[in-house]
Design a protein around this ligand. Structure first.
Ligand SMILES: Nc1ncnc2c1ncn2[C@@H]1O[C@H](COP(=O)(O)OP(=O)(O)OP(=O)(O)O)[C@@H](O)[C@H]1O
Ligand SMILES: [Mg+2]
Length: 264
């Protein structure tokens, strides 16, 4: 589904604060893969997801999605087939729009926007059905401003919006990290349900080792702009938190990652 080849990304190239954030990263994501992505702070995880989404151009390499070379495509064009959820629950939804308006916008992903501004009755029935699956009672609050919702409720909405039109790839960047532990578990369960039921090809960045091990069929570790571990199937199923922590320690990985992992 995704073929990234020798992807290289610099920030502030040629300046004193130059950072080589991705060093010739090659990764093939197969259709239906649910990959958990781990690595220390600054390893290049977010940069890789952003490179896939076209947030910035890359210096070298190529990226194709569903056999189309998208390397030079701008972000808005790639957005037609990518669903994204970020760490910050406030980013994915528009606070001033109502719940149904946000969902209506999401349902037009990949289509021309702005032609039909209103929310149709049929849409409303669908939104109600989808929202009721969240189990948060949001199906009865369609006309509430989204800004009134809690962080967890908004993140649940963002998950729904990212998957309302089936994305070719779902990109999740620490999407439960800013939530309280109980809500984080709920959103993770919702994620797993959505990914399984829709068979979504997914990359999920997390600092939570237990999560990285429990979910998905494949685990990828970034370190200093490179992929240094890529395990799947039985090998992944056999991994324990201790194995991953040892791997971090071998690399001189920072305590921050291990502490957060143990807490998770
Ligand atoms: N917009 C930017 N401008 C300059 N440097 C950046 C920018 N974005 C990322 N970097 C740098 O690129 C490197 C990789 O950052 P990235 O955000 O991809 O790390 P990460 O693996 O997502 O880390 P974290 O776990 O902390 O989120 C870091 O050194 C970071 O400081
Ligand atoms: Mg990051």
């Amino acid at each position: 589904m995704i073929r990234a080849r020798h992807v290289t990304k610099f920030f502030n190239r040629g300046e004193v604060n130059e950072v080589l954030a991705l060093r010739e990263v090659s990764l093939t994501v197969n259709e239906g893969d649910f990959i958990t992505v781990i690595g220390s702070n600054g390893a290049g995880k977010s940069t890789f997801l952003n490179a896939l989404a076209g947030v910035f151009p890359i210096e070298e390499g190529s990226i194709s999605v569903a056999d189309q070379d998208v390397t030079t495509w701008p972000e808005h064009r790639r957005a037609a087939f990518l669903g994204r959820v970020f760490q910050d629950p406030l980013l994915g939804t528009c606070p001033h729009a109502t719940i149904e308006q946000n969902l209506a916008l999401a349902s037009r992903r990949g289509k021309r926007r702005g032609l039909k501004r209103g929310v149709r009755k049929a849409d409303r029935a669908l939104f109600r059905e989808k929202l009721s699956m969240l189990g948060l009672g949001l199906e009865d609050r369609l006309t509430d401003a989204t800004g009134l919702l809690s962080g967890g409720q908004r993140q649940a909405m963002t998950m729904l919006m990212a998957t309302l039109v089936r994305p070719k790839v779902l990109l999740l960047d620490e999407h439960t990290a800013a939530l309280d532990p109980k809500t984080a578990v709920q959103i993770m369960q919702l994620t797993d349900e959505l990914v399984r039921s829709e068979r979504l090809t997914t990359l999920m960045v997390t600092h939570n080792m237990a999560q990285a091990i429990e979910y998905g069929n494949r685990l990828v570790m970034f370190h200093q702009g490179r992929v240094i571990l890529d395990v799947s199937g039985e090998e992944k199923a056999g991994l324990g938190i201790q194995d991953l922590l040892e791997r971090f320690h071998e690399l001189g990985g920072d305590g921050c990652v291990s502490d957060r992992a143990l807490l998770g």
